[in-house]
Write a protein that binds this ligand. Structure first.
Ligand code: SF4
Length: 223
C-alpha cells in the first residue's frame, strides 16, 4: 500500500538516482569538483542504507562532504554517524561494530537510513529547489516499502521534505523535537539532527536522542 494516494509523485519513480544524476546543476558542479580533487572518494548520490522493507526509515539532510560523500554510506565517516549508529545498535536497529567504514560489516535490522538530498551540497546547505528536485527519490523510497511503520526525520529540512513527500501541508505538521505527527497511516517522528554542532551546543543530548528511539521502539512493539 502506498503511504498516501495524495502524494504528488509517481508510484513507479526510481528509489535511487543514477550515479551521474544531472538534475541539480550546482550539485553536479560540486560533485565534479570533488571527483577531480578526490578521485578515490565516492562522490555520487549516496544510496539508502538498509533493507527496502524496514519498519523504520530515518531521513537525514544530505551527505556530509567528508562523511557519506567520501564513504558512500549515509552518515558514515562523520560525527553524526557516531551518535546515530551507536544509538541504532543500542536499540537493536543495527548489529555489528560501527567503524565509520562501509566495509565494517554493520547490518541494519528493520531500519533504513537515507537523506532528503542525495548529493553533497556546498557548506552542507542544499537550496530549496535542490530539496524539491531530489524529493521524488525520497517519495519513491517511502512508497516502495509496504512494511513501513514509522519515519524519523532528523532536523527541520528532512522533516519538511518528508511532510511534502507524504502530500501533507507544513502548517499541519510543524517541526518540533520529540513530536510525532500522524499525517497518514505512518507516523512521522521528529528529532533535532544528530550533528556535531547540535550535540556540542547541547541542542541535542544523547539522552534526548535516546528518548526519541525509546518512543519509536515502543510504538513499533519492540520494547
Ligand atoms: S541532489 Fe538528488 S536530484 Fe539533485 S543531482 Fe543529486 S541525486 Fe539528482
Amino acid at each position: 500500500m502506498p503511504i498516501s494516494s495524495a502524494a504528488p509523485h509517481s508510484q513507479a519513480a526510481a528509489t535511487e538516482p543514477s550515479p551521474d544524476c544531472p538534475l541539480c546543476p550546482r550539485l553536479v558542479e560540486f560533485r565534479e569538483e570533488w571527483r577531480a580533487k578526490e578521485p578515490d572518494w565516492f562522490n555520487a548520490p549516496v544510496p539508502t542504507f538498509g533493507p527496502a522493507d524496514a519498519s523504520l526509515l530515518i531521513v537525514g539532510l544530505a551527505p556530509g562532504l567528508r562523511g557519506a560523500n567520501r564513504t558512500g554510506r549515509p552518515f558514515t565517516g562523520d560525527f553524526a554517524g557516531d551518535l546515530l549508529y551507536a544509538t541504532l545498535i543500542e536499540f537493536g536497529f543495527a548489529q555489528g561494530d560501527y567503524r565509520a567504514d562501509p566495509n565494517d560489516g554493520l547490518v541494519l535490522k528493520d531500519a533504513a537510513v537515507t537523506n532528503a538530498v542525495r548529493c553533497v551540497p556546498p557548506q552542507n546547505k542544499p537550496a530549496s529547489g535542490e530539496i524539491n528536485t531530489c524529493r521524488p527519490f525520497l517519495s519513491a523510497t517511502i512508497d516502495a516499502n509496504p512494511r513501513l511503520k514509522g519515519i524519523l526525520a532528523l532536523g527541520r529540512i528532512a522533516h519538511d521534505s518528508v511532510v511534502k513527500a507524504l502530500g501533507a501541508r507544513l502548517r499541519d505538521a510543524p517541526f518540533a523535537h520529540g513530536a510525532v505527527h500522524r499525517l497518514d497511516e505512518i507516523p512521522l517522528y521528529d528529532s533535532y539532527h544528530c550533528s556535531r554542532y547540535n550535540t556540542n551546543t547541547g541542542v541535542l543530548t544523547e539522552e534526548m536522542f535516546r528518548a526519541v528511539f525509546r518512543r519509536i521502539s515502543a510504538d513499533l512493539g519492540r520494547s
